[in-house]
Ligand binder design. Structure first.
Ligand SMILES: C[S@@+](CC[C@H](N)C(=O)[O-])C[C@H]1O[C@@H](n2cnc3c(N)ncnc32)[C@H](O)[C@@H]1O
Length: 251
C-alpha cells in the first residue's frame, strides 16, 4: 500500500518539491516544529560533517533501529531532540561515558558543529540522525527502549497562532512516554515562562508519566548552563526544568 509517507525522504533533495518546501526533506508532516534556518556551515563544520556522518550518522528510515547494534554495545540509550549546535549534547555525552546518546536535529550547521565536537573530543557514545524527531521516534525507536529523553530549549513559538508548532504537544508526549522504559525520564527545559506552564500542563496530563518534583525541578547537574542561559540568569530571566519519569515497574 502506498501512502503519504515516502520511504526515501533524502532522495527528494534537489527536486522541485524540496526546493519549494525545503523542510520536506526532513519531515512529511504538515505542521512542523521547525523552520530550516539559513545559517552558514563553516569550512571546518563541513569537513567534519563529511568525515563523521558516514561513521556516526544514522539515516532516517521507516524501520526499527537496533540501538545496541547502532552503538556496538549494550548500554542505556538517551535521545536528545533538537540539539541545536550540540554543545550541551557533547558535554553530557563526555560526562556520561557509560550511556549512549542518539542526538536528533534538522539544522545542517548544527549537525556539522556536533560532528566537529565529536571528532575533536573523540566521543564514541554519540550518534546523529538528521531528521524530524517526531518521525524518528515514531518510526525508528521501539516501545519501552529508552532510558531518557532530553528536550532542551525547544523553539517556543511565541505567537498564539503558532502554538500548534510547539514540539511539546499531547500526542508527541504520549509517543515519547511510550518509548521510555519504565523508570526512564523525560527532561525538558525552557526559558519562556508561558511555554514552561504549557509543558507542565501537557506532561502532567500524560498518564504514563509522573513528575519527579512538585512542579518544576531543580536543574539536574548533568545539564550544562549555556552561555545564553547564564547571560539571561544574570539579567534575572528564569529557566524552568521539568523532569518526569515513566511509571510502571521494570520487568
Ligand atoms: C531553540 S533551538 C535549541 C537548541 C538546543 N537544544 C539548545 O538548548 O541550545 C531548537 C532546535 O530544535 C530543532 N528542532 C525543532 N523541531 C525539531 C524536530 N521536529 N526535529 C528535530 N529538530 C528539531 C531546531 O532546528 C533547533 O535547532
Amino acid at each position: 500500500m502506498t501512502e503519504d509517507r515516502p520511504t526515501h525522504r533524502h532522495a527528494s533533495v534537489g527536486n522541485d518539491a524540496a526546493q519549494h518546501d525545503p523542510e520536506s526533506r526532513f519531515s512529511s508532516r504538515s505542521i512542523r516544529s521547525f523552520v530550516l534556518r539559513q545559517g552558514r556551515m563553516t569550512a571546518a563544520q563541513q569537513r567534519c560533517l563529511d568525515e563523521m556522518m558516514p561513521k556516526i550518522g544514522i539515516p532516517y528510515r521507516i524501520a526499527p533501529l537496533g540501538l545496541d547494534e547502532a552503538f556496538g554495545r549494550v548500554a542505556p540509550h538517551v535521545v536528545e531532540i533538537g540539539f541545536g549546535m550540540g554543545e550541551s549534547t557533547a558535554k553530557i555525552a563526555a560526562a556520561r561515558p557509560d550511556e549512549d546518546f542518539l542526538a536528533i536535529e534538522v539544522h545542517g550547521p548544527g549537525v556539522g558543529n556536533l560532528c566537529k565536537l565529536v571528532a575533536e573530543q573523540g566521543l564514541t557514545n554519540l550518534r546523529i540522525v538528521q531528521h524530524d524527531a517526531v518521525e524518528v521516534l515514531r518510526d525508528m525507536i521501539g516501545e519501552g527502549t529508552l532510558a531518557g529523553v532530553h528536550v532542551f530549549f525547544p523553539d517556543p513559538w511565541h505567537k498564539k497562532r503558532h502554538h500548534k508548532r510547539r514540539i511539546i504537544q499531547k500526542d508527541f508526549v504520549a509517543l515519547i512516554a511510550s518509548r521510555l522504559a519504565p523508570g526512564g525520564y523525560l527532561h525538558c527545559a525552557t526559558d519562556w515562562q508561558e511555554y514552561a506552564e504549557w509543558m507542565l500542563e501537557v506532561l502532567s496530563a500524560e498518564p504514563l508519566l509522573a513528575n519527579t518534583a512538585d512542579g518544576y525541578a531543580p536543574r539536574p547537574d548533568y545539564r550544562p548552563l549555556t552561555k545564553f542561559e547564564n547571560r539571561g540568569l544574570k539579567l534575572g530571566h528564569g529557566v524552568w526544568d521539568l523532569v518526569f519519569r515513566r511509571t510502571g515497574t521494570v520487568e
